[in-house]
Design a protein around this ligand. Structure first.
Ligand SMILES: O=C(O)CCC(=O)C(=O)O
Ligand SMILES: [Fe+2]
Length: 283
């Protein structure tokens, strides 16, 4: 990918930052460039001038199809409002503070997720990302061969690879917790064809044709390998940042944050998760 002057690597292990970008008026050409950078670098932070919910939604619809939420009474039912305003300690324990891949409990998985920071705390509230392509490539060849054709069973709920202290995933309203879907543990990215580990925890409940204890041991070993510092980066949200990540090739985890007491520790994020890819990539 050609570097341009408004793109620079983030200080962490991976991901890039893009400045001087007019998100609401981005051309098809610029969007394609941006998305190729997203698929190559897995995580992109756009330094925006501020985005209304309408602008965020319009932009996201050019990147994929927003996954509808159950909040049909809201003005923007595709936008989740994620915040620590008025949270109680019980709710706080049920967040996304565990390694996961968005929508891995569904057959049609998420392509990308976008978080737009409306209010950011002075400290805390970071999001952690793990580069699953780098983790895959660093596996010994024998392990790559061993896992090549394995199919993982995913169900919403606590994964067999959950770690002590992981927060319990929140089930979407009306979701049937008994539904099992199957995803290969090694996938190719739909656009770049790069091989990656996919959703090795979060919703993993077993491996097809494998004894439960063997499945748990193998997935656990993959987790211990992937969630090492060398593959992980941490993003600190700043107001007006739009963070986008590629779901097939990354996993992420929120960090727990206490209830807000004032502007200095308030976190408010507008979130849209997408499936599918824009037509600019149709061959
Ligand atoms: O709040 C965060 O840092 C990330 C939450 C999350 O997992 C998501 O938006 O998909
Ligand atoms: Fe998530």
């Amino acid at each position: 990918m050609e570097p341009t002057s408004n793109i620079k690597p983030l200080p962490g292990k991976f991901g890039i930052e893009i400045t001087d970008i007019d998100v609401p008026n981005i051309s098809d050409e610029e969007l394609k460039h941006l998305l190729l950078n997203l698929y190559e670098h897995r995580m992109v932070v756009l330094k925006t001038q501020g985005l209304t919910q309408a602008e965020l939604l319009a932009f996201s619809k050019r990147v994929g199809d927003p996954i509808p939420l159950s909040l049909t009474d809201a003005d923007y039912p595709e936008i989740a409002r994620m915040t620590n305003i008025d949270t109680d300690s019980k709710k706080e324990k049920r967040g996304a503070a565990h390694w996961h891949t968005d929508q891995s409990f569904k057959k049609e998985v998420s392509s990308a997720t976008l978080l737009y920071s409306v209010q950011a705390p002075n400290t805390g509230g970071e999001t952690l990302f793990c580069d699953m392509v780098a983790a895959y490539e660093a596996l010994p060849t024998t392990v790559q061969e061993q896992i090549e054709d394995l199919i993982v069973e995913h169900r919403h709920g606590i994964a067999i690879t959950a770690r002590p202290g992981d927060h319990t995933p929140i089930a979407p309203k009306g979701w049937d917790q008994g539904t099992t879907v199957y995803h290969p543990v090694v996938r190719r990215h739909p656009i770049t064809s790069q091989k990656t580990l996919y959703a090795i925890t979060g919703t993993t409940q077993g491996i097809k044709g494998m004894k439960q204890e063997d499945a748990q041991k193998l997935l656990q070993e993959l987790c211990d390998h992937a969630f090492q510092d060398q593959f992980i980066t941490q993003h600190t949200h700043s107001v007006h940042d739009l963070v986008m990540w590629d779901n097939p090739t990354t996993m992420h985890s929120a960090t727990p944050i206490a209830a807000a007491t004032g502007p200095h520790d308030t976190r408010l994020i507008h979130r849209i998760s997408l499936r599918g890819y824009p037509t600019i990539f149709a061959s």
